[in-house]
Design a protein. Structure first.
Length: 271
């Protein structure tokens, strides 16, 4: 397949929660216009785990910000649950590469921040927050402060905070990109566990081909700027997946296909 051709639409593995139709984004400045996204069409299934891959500057984060209602397309439309996105959707959780924890608040207080932001009774949500911390192995650290935690533990707190209000849609922008390989593998496993137990729809941006294949039901491969969808790869690997799946021929086939696309774009060397 030539990478200059756009990917044909594929049917998501469940009824669609998110629909993007002809989404383009252009930033205007005194130096001229910069096209970040161009004619993105996509359906994301309810409870689907969608991995998004692409070179730096291809518009992955711009697309995520538009999904989050923090930015708006120049043309086209985005719908979540059938409703046009005109601001942050109600049932939304976001995890960024930086955990953005408040250093003067304890772990538990950081997780409860969305409750306070919505003016709800903190006491009604404290036990649920502790359950999420327990799920990610952080309960005994609930009274610690962020500066006392490792990078991986801080990201676990960030994930707990994003999940607390039981969002239907979880947006994750390279959440493990700054972590060491072993911690990243551990959090891949824990994220898969949380996703399978809570049945969320996840839009997961990453630069890692193995991570995208390991976590995703489908992998979206995007072009250099302006970002377009070049290929949508359906990942047919049984769940739950453990790290040994990376050694299987089928996993290798998916990874080679994706690397081949980047090589054809001149972004990876063949040798």
């Amino acid at each position: 397949m030539s990478v200059v051709a756009l990917a044909e639409a594929t049917v998501p593995p469940a009824p669609s929660l998110v629909t993007l139709e002809n989404v383009s984004k252009t930033y205007r400045s005194k130096r001229g216009n910069v096209s970040a996204l161009e004619d993105v069409n996509l359906q994301i299934g309810d409870t689907e785990f969608l991995s998004v891959l692409g070179p730096s500057g291809c518009g992955k984060s711009t697309l995520l910000r538009c999904l989050a209602g923090l930015d708006y397309p120049t043309s086209g439309e985005i719908r979540v649950g059938g409703e046009l996105v005109k601001g942050p959707p109600k049932d939304l959780g976001v995890v960024l590469q930086r955990d953005v924890l408040l250093e003067w608040r304890s772990v538990l207080q950081n997780v409860l921040l969305p409750v306070e932001a919505r003016g709800l009774r903190v006491a009604d949500w404290r036990e649920k927050a502790r359950q999420h911390l327990d799920l990610l192995g952080l309960l005994k650290f609930e009274n610690r402060y962020p500066f006392e935690l490792s990078g991986g533990m801080r990201q676990r707190v960030s994930i707990c905070r994003a999940l607390l209000m039981n969002p239907n849609l979880l947006l994750m922008d390279e959440p493990f990109g700054a972590l060491d390989a072993m911690t990243r593998d551990e959090l891949n496993l824990e994220l898969q566990k949380v996703w399978m137990e809570d049945s969320k729809t996840v839009f997961f941006v990453t630069h890692s081909i193995p991570e995208a294949v390991f976590l995703g039901d489908r992998v979206i491969v995007m072009s250099p700027s302006p970002g377009r969808i070049l290929k949508i790869i359906e990942v047919d690997l049984p769940r739950p997946r453990d790290l040994s799946v990376r050694e299987t021929p089928q996993f290798g086939t998916y990874a080679r296909e994706i690397r081949g696309i980047f090589q054809e774009m001149g972004l990876l060397r063949a040798r």
